[in-house]
Write a protein that binds this ligand. Structure first.
Ligand SMILES: Cc1cc2nc3c(=O)[nH]c(=O)nc-3n(C[C@H](O)[C@H](O)[C@H](O)COP(=O)(O)OP(=O)(O)OC[C@H]3O[C@@H](n4cnc5c(N)ncnc54)[C@H](O)[C@@H]3O)c2cc1C
Length: 497
């Protein structure tokens, strides 16, 4: 593994048997996994380029068990990595060889559904899609819809502030979570937020959502549920250039229309998706836009007309309006299958996640084309066009020596480009280990010190998910006091990464 991770604590590794025994005393039965073969199941997450098994995995079932595990690890100086379904694409759930992996899969119950107040209280191991499934017969749904929704958990969604195609109109996870119960690294259990939209005091709930497992382990989540819109219709629009598609996106937003979803694919992605799902995507276009409008029928009809007019004004060469629900779902099928579809045309791909101001889309796409030539690697583009969230898929072959390194360098240049045009390093996949070392591209030393100060307030010993998000290890005690004189750092014996 080329990635530099915190140096394992030799003293902790030497005490493995004692640690396993202590965990078994807290979680009886089969909830503690120490068999090396069984631990392989946890050695990676969705960022499969990096792998290392944890020292031991534990699968608690109750908040008290989570609290007891964290209290014990805190007292003993043992590191902890929380894990949901392990679908993170930024390596957020990557284990550490000297850490206890706390898997939240057994927290899989819906605790309360309150239709009057439009909320559901769920355990963090419940999958995203299961929330919608539980409430749909009453006409409700949970809006944030990552493409991984069949597998990813609500706890992982909270940690990554996950998004999906419907987040343009309905907000990301942070806009749909009302409250959490969270266990801090010292074993204390606290509640943030509640069952209403706003709470008194500092917005610590806002801090926890998107904190990538660095501040505590979430053991309960209260989410908003929304009534399903009366109807939804989708437009499938082909353009002769990505630039004209990008301009259409900007014009739709400028007209004050907020579609339920507005997604774009480039030529390579369109062809791969059509070959995979055969839903009738036009193959003679350079860019395909799917725009979904929802609401009452009259509103849908009016808005689809407006969007169609804007598309024509931008030179759309094909334009289809879904005639019924089956066709609307078919329009989305290719987009939703775009990642696995690209997986059929290339042995490996590396999915990036950067966000840019929408108006910079044409020049960013052009620059990415140049980078693709420079690195000699193919590129397919699939993106949440409405929110400027790009998902370039870099095509490579891990069996060809050097291609993975080239793909990573290409990906880092794309993210630098996003920041350079006024965007950000991540739209929804998080920083994890993937973008950790790029954080200084976006944040000053002071910014990073302030953020890490917050981490230290929750976890002064830096035991929870270390090696993620922050580019350099500062012990909390030395944070803010580091002066480098002629290249000589203080505490030279401390491992830095
Ligand atoms: C095919 C595919 C498509 C995807 N599409 C999207 C998409 O459209 N939108 C999107 O936003 N993401 C997407 N993702 C990324 C991923 O699914 C999300 O980041 C998801 O929220 C991760 O959830 P998880 O349960 O798998 O968490 P994990 O991968 O297990 O963990 C992710 C992070 O959350 C932390 N964590 C997990 N549970 C807890 C908890 N209970 N308390 C505290 N911290 C916790 C972990 O430590 C880690 O840092 C996709 C991934 C794949 C593989």
């Amino acid at each position: 593994m080329s990635l530099v991770m915190p140096e394992p604590y030799a003293g902790v590794l030497a005490r493995r048997s004692e640690i396993v025994r202590a965990l078994r005393a807290i979680v009886p039965g089969e909830g503690v996994i120490d068999d090396p073969d069984a631990l392989r199941a946890y050695e990676s997450d969705g960022l499969t380029a990096y792998r290392q098994p944890p020292m031991v995995a534990v699968l608690p079932e109750t908040t008290d068990q989570v609290a007891a595990i964290l209290r014990w690890c805190h007292a003993q100086g043992v590191r902890v990595v929380p894990r949901g379904a392990g679908t993170s694409l930024s390596g957020g759930a990557l284990p550490l060889v000297d850490a206890v992996l706390v898997g939240m899969a057994r927290f899989n119950r819906m605790l309360d559904i309150d239709y009057a107040d439009r909320l559901a209280v769920v355990q963090p191991g419940v999958t995203n899609l299961a929330v919608t499934r539980a409430v749909e017969d009453r006409g409700f749904y949970y809006a944030p819809d990552p493409s991984s929704q069949i597998a990813c958990t609500i706890g992982g969604n909270v940690a990554e502030n996950s998004g999906g195609v419907h987040c343009l109109k309905y907000g990301l996870t942070t806009n749909n979570v009302l409250g959490v119960e969270i266990v801090l690294m010292d074993g204390e259990i606290i509640r943030l937020g509640g069952r209403q939209l706003d709470s008194a005091g500092l917005d610590l709930l806002g801090v926890v959502v998107g904190s990538e497992g660095l501040l505590g382990i979430v053991t309960e989540v209260t989410v908003r549920i929304l009534p399903k819109p009366e109807g939804a219709r989708a437009l499938l629009i082909g353009f002769p250039s990505v630039e004209s598609g990008g301009q259409c996106v900007a014009d739709v937003i400028a007209a004050g229309i907020i579609p339920a979803g507005m997604e774009m694919m480039d030529r390579l992605a369109i062809h791969a998706a059509e070959a995979f799902v055969e839903v009738g995507y036009p193959l003679d276009v350079e860019a395909l836009l799917i725009v979904e409008l929802d609401g009452v029928t009259a509103e849908c009809d009016h808005l689809t007309g407006e969007v169609a007019a804007i598309a024509r004004a931008n030179g759309a060469t094909t334009l289809r309006l879904s005639a019924d629900e089956a066709e609307r779902v078919a329009f989305w099928a290719g987009r939703k299958a775009a990642f696995p579809a690209v997986g059929r045309v290339s042995p490996d791909y590396y999915c990036m996640d950067g966000t840019i101001p929408r108006r910079r889309l044409p020049e960013v796409l052009e620059r990415m084309r140049e980078l693709s030539e420079q690195y000699g690697l193919g590129l397919a583009n699939v993106f949440h066009a409405g929110d400027g969230n790009l998902h370039p898929l870099i095509l490579y072959d891990a069996n060809v020596p050097g291609e993975l390194d080239r793909a990573e360098a290409f990906g880092a240049d794309i993210l630098r480009l996003c920041v350079a045009v006024g965007g950000v390093l991540t739209g929804e996949h998080g920083v994890g280990v993937e973008k950790r070392d790029l954080m200084p591209e976006m944040f000053s030393e002071t910014d990073l010190r302030q953020q890490q100060g917050l981490k230290c307030a929750f976890d002064p010993k830096s035991l929870l998910n270390p090696g993620k998000v922050f580019p350099m290890l500062h012990r909390c005690a030395e944070l803010g006091r580091m002066h480098v004189h002629r290249g000589a750092t203080p505490f030279p014996d401390l491992p830095r990464f």
